[in-house]
Design a protein around this ligand. Structure first.
Ligand code: ADP
Ligand code: MG
Length: 565
């Protein structure tokens, strides 16, 4: 099979965002890696040697036959599209036929390639005009090795305009990492100055890739979901798109991982990382009130969309795109994030926390047992709407011990209740009349303004004294209503007031609970949208998965029936 590389017709050339886009090492890597991915590679080796201004990308893709090698670096020569119609059905990363041509102009370009269906491989050196100057047979494994040397050698201004070497290497690394997330089936080996720099091993999904990029994150800290998506407008009769939309979403569970900076909310569309600021903001908002202050989520979204939903021509580097029907896609993404953050039976089947639990259990060894009776637990049933959770005991008047099909949870009663109340308040923020009113004195103008902002009625009640005539339902009945109102008057937006109200109204630690009370709380809590953390971002439960317990108790040491195994 040959690629069949042909020059694009003029009318197509005019439609494509013009402009050559190679301005850095990272851009060279990006273009060459895209070609390797388009060639179906599952192994990509990259070498960067800044001293020689050299980048080499070797792949095990389908390679090029000699006729294609002749054409590869010609202007607007591509095997990926042929005509105007194809522009709306793009399935490849490249389609403009510009990268190799630009590289021939900007550097010394050499390509070694062996097509999988050809008897021999070839080595070709190109002129700056992209013509094959030297052609000789060579023995290489099927695939392609592109070497770019003396980059920007005749373009001094461009060399001077480059950022610091450290910065450039970071850009290269980020570029490769982003491709790895989008193409988890590929193994990457990267060298810097001919020495191993880093490697990313192939996985089935990005869930195996991300922990290789962020060392502190483990696969168990992540939740993934793949979904087919509805089209924004049903296709009319004959215009059924060839690609039906879908998404892949990978979410860092908010009780287990978050970032100091908003650098890990990433969006890819059809195999490439893109900037879609509105969508990213929307994703970030889904994690509101689940993370500690000034912390940001870990979230990777890969949308697979029909070509007619995307306009790639907004930017020559294809990093910025325009998404048609953005609100529709945004809504789908929000739903997918919600699905990941919910407690869902699938989460249980994974052995979570194993390392952390091992440590906890080690510490717990010395402490007394809680005499939980042992039962044989079935596997969690995926797909059931809610989890079969049973409150078994209260521990230290602070934790509720909960049994579920895959293990145990220790749920902190106060913050679980806080989460329940907070979501109720978000859904229904009710103010009720206070009879008699609560009298406060003195209130500053800022406090009065704050009451007004929250919609709470306040009237002067004599010298330096004020009558507050309304309060949120939850607070109205409380003995400490006056204190709570003072707290609310001290600032923050409505959401902050909701958090404060929930926190004040939630069951305190140290309060004894009956089993039915615990069961009710656990049921309410498991239905919340964000059961993993309280509105301040503290984790709500510690899970002791059965698989981790089995490991701890060495249940695989089959000794004999008398041991109750
Ligand atoms: P584009 O990727 O937009 O088609 P390029 O200039 O990057 O343009 O590449 C030109 C053509 O060379 C590609 O269409 C492809 O057929 C071929 N090609 C480039 N790199 C490789 C590779 N690593 N393996 C196989 N074919 C390649
Ligand atoms: Mg290309």
């Amino acid at each position: 099979m040959t690629n069949g590389i042909y020059p694009l017709p003029d009318d197509v050339v005019h439609l494509i965002a013009a402009g050559e886009v190679i301005d850095s090492f990272a851009a060279v890597v990006r273009e060459l890696v895209e070609n390797s991915l388009d060639a179906g590679a599952t192994r990509i080796d990259i070498g960067i040697s800044p001293d020689q201004w050299r980048v080499r990308v070797a792949d095990n893709g389908r390679g090029m036959a000699l006729a294609d090698l002749h054409q590869a670096a010609a202007p607007h020569a591509t095997s990926k599209i042929r005509n105007r119609e194809d522009l709306w059905q793009i399935h490849s990363l490249g389609f403009r036929g510009e990268a190799l041509y630009s590289l021939a102009q900007l550097a010394d370009l050499e390509i070694l390639s062996q097509a999988i269906d050809q008897p021999e491989g070839w080595r070709v050196i190109y002129t700056p005009q992209g013509e094959a100057a030297t052609i000789e047979p060579t023995a290489i494994a099927p695939g392609t090795v592109v070497t770019v040397t003396n980059l920007f050698g005749n373009w001094v201004a461009r060399r001077r305009g480059l950022p610091s070497p450290w910065h450039q290497l970071r850009q290269v690394q980020t570029t490769i990492q982003n491709f790895a997330l989008c193409h988890p089936q590929v193994t990457w080996q990267v060298q810097h100055r001919d020495r191993p720099w880093f490697a990313i091993w192939a996985g089935t999904t990005a869930r195996q890739i991300l922990p290789q990029l962020l060392r502190e994150v483990r696969p168990e800290d992540l939740q993934e979901v793949s979904l087919d998506l509805p089209l924004p407008v049903p296709p009319a009769g004959d215009s059924v798109p060839r690609v039906s939309p879908s998404l892949y979403l990978l979410v860092g569970l908010p009780d287990r991982c978050h970032r100091r900076r908003p650098d890990w909310v990433r969006v890819a569309v059809n195999g490439r990382l893109v900037k879609l600021p509105e969508l990213e903001q929307g994703m970030m908002a889904e994690f509101r009130r689940t993370l500690p202050r000034d912390r940001y989520p870990v979230c990777f979204l890969h949308l697979h969309l029909p070509a007619d939903q995307i306009d790639w021509n907004r930017h020559p580097a294809k990093a910025e795109i325009y998404l048609h029907h953005r609100e529709h896609w945004q809504q789908q993404v929000s739903q997918a994030i919600a699905q990941c953050l919910h407690l869902n039976p699938q989460h249980l089947s994974e052995s979570a926390h194993s390392a952390r639990v091992a440590t906890v259990l080690k510490t717990a060894e010395a402490v007394r047992n809680y005499g939980v009776h042992r039962t044989i637990l079935p596997d969690a049933t995926p797909g059931s709407p809610s989890l079969p959770l049973t409150a078994i005991a209260q521990v230290h008047q602070m934790y509720i011990l909960v049994e579920h099909p895959a293990g145990l949870w220790l749920v902190e009663q106060h913050i679980a209740h806080e989460r329940v109340l907070y979501e109720e308040l978000c859904d229904r923020w009710h103010l009720v009349a206070l009879e008699p009113p609560v009298i406060l004195n003195p209130l500053s103008p800022a406090q009065l303004e704050q009451f007004q902002r929250l919609g709470i009625e306040v009237e002067p009640f004599g010298e330096q004294t004020w009558a507050v005539r309304q309060a949120p339902t939850l607070l109205a009945q409380r003995e400490d209503c006056a204190d709570a109102l003072v707290e609310l008057s001290q600032g923050g937006d409505l959401q902050a007031a909701q958090v404060a109200t929930a926190c004040r109204s939630a069951i305190r630690n140290g309060t004894p609970l009956t089993l039915p009370e615990m069961q009710t709380l656990i049921q309410q809590w498991q239905r919340t949208r964000n059961p993993r953390t309280c509105p301040h971002g503290r984790p709500i439960f510690l899970s002791l998965e059965e698989s981790a317990l089995a490991r701890f108790f060495r249940r695989h040491w089959v000794i004999g029936k008398s041991h109750g195994i």
